[in-house]
Each structure stands twice: as C-alpha cells, then as structure tokens.
Design a protein around this ligand. Structure first.
Ligand code: GDP
Ligand code: MG
Length: 176
C-alpha cells in the first residue's frame, strides 16, 4: 500500500525501432536484449517483443521494445504500433543511402502518431565502413537539425547499442 508514483523505482518505457527493412532493427533489439547476433535474421521475422532493463541513476528502467514483423516493407506501420512510445530508434544502414533518405518519411509517421517521443537517429552496421555510403556528418547533421541524439552502432559487434539505450533512458528520466 503506497501512494501512486511512489511504489517503487521501476520505470517502464515503450520503445519502437523503425526504419527500412534490412537496416538491422531486429538485430539491434536482439543485441541489446539478448546480447546475441545472427547473420541470417530471416527467422526473426515476427519476433515481436523484447524486454531488458538497465539501472540508470539508481532507478530500474524497463525497456519494452516493440519490433516490427516486416510491415515496414509496405510502409504500413499502424498507429497502434507507434502510439505511447516514449523512445524511438530511427535507424538507417550506413551502407545504404536510400535507407538514410527514407528517414524523413519514417519520422513523419512517428511524430504524427506520437509527437512527444524521444528519438535517436541510428546509423547501423558501423562495422561495414569499407562499404559506407552515408558519411557520419550526414547522420549527425540530420540529428542536429531535429535536435535528436545520434550515434552509429554495430549490432554485429555490439558497438554503442547499450550506450544509446542508456543515453535515451537518462534523457527520459530527466523529463519524468
Ligand atoms: P531489419 O529488417 O531492420 O529488422 O533488419 P535485420 O535485423 O533483420 O538485419 C538485416 C540483415 O543485416 C541481417 O542479415 C543481419 O545479420 C544484418 N545486420 C544487422 N545489423 C548488422 C550490423 O551491425 N552489421 C552487419 N555487418 N550486419 C548487420
Ligand atoms: Mg526485423
């Protein structure tokens, strides 16, 4: 029996990961939640849902990550998927200029459904630098213009994955 809001230090946040098919959304969720990676994620289509918590500033932040089941192929994420998300990872693949150029459209869908969401722009597959098509300053510039966080990640190697969740969680705590 305790007053609402003071029960415990548990803080639950809905996270959505959006962006073109193949940029590594499922792989980022899998790396973060299970610390694993598969070269062939065809089997992960429809994976759905991941949970993982981090301790941030003495609080347990529970990230409830919604993964798409491939609907992004048809650019038809239903508003229900996006609604009530507190955090969004807007992901492109550094080896695909097209995936970078599509960020605008994903962002527009996202902010229409959930204007208050805290967003990070993610350039994934940073381990594939030899095949890079999108310069770091392009991704950084996009994020700066929209006052969003930015990082490049490698779901394959685990680079910056937990770090960006920590950063986003910290920002949210400061607002709540
Ligand atoms: P999604 O469609 O956005 O969910 O993308 P997936 O997570 O299914 O990944 C698509 C493909 O890219 C798979 O073959 C993954 O193994 C591969 N992939 C994902 N992340 C990385 C990464 O950081 N580096 C490399 N080299 N490959 C990746
Ligand atoms: Mg996927």
């Amino acid at each position: 029996m305790s007053r609402p809001g003071l029960q415990d230090d548990k803080f639950c946040v809905k996270v959505v990961i959006i962006g073109d098919s193949g940029v590594g959304k499922t792989s980022i969720a899998q790396r973060f939640a299970q610390d694993s990676f598969s070269e062939n994620t065809a089997s992960s289509v429809g994976a759905g849902y991941f949970v993982k918590h981090l301790e941030i500033e003495d609080r347990k932040v529970y990230f409830q990550i919604w993964d798409t089941a491939g609907q992004e192929n048809f650019r038809s994420l239903v508003p229900m998927f996006l609604r009530d998300a507190k955090i969004a990872l807007l992901v492109y693949d550094i080896t695909s200029m097209e995936s970078f150029l599509n960020l605008e459209a994903w962002q527009s869908d996202l902010l229409t459904a959930e204007p208050e969401v805290t967003v990070a722009i993610i350039g994934n597959k940073s381990d594939l630098k030899d095949y890079r098509k999108v310069e770091v300053r392009k991704g950084q510039g996009y994020a700066n213009r929209h006052k969003m966080l930015f990082t490049e990640t490698s779901a394959k190697r685990g680079t910056n994955v937990e770090e960006i969740f920590f950063e986003l969680g910290s920002q949210l705590l400061q607002r709540n």
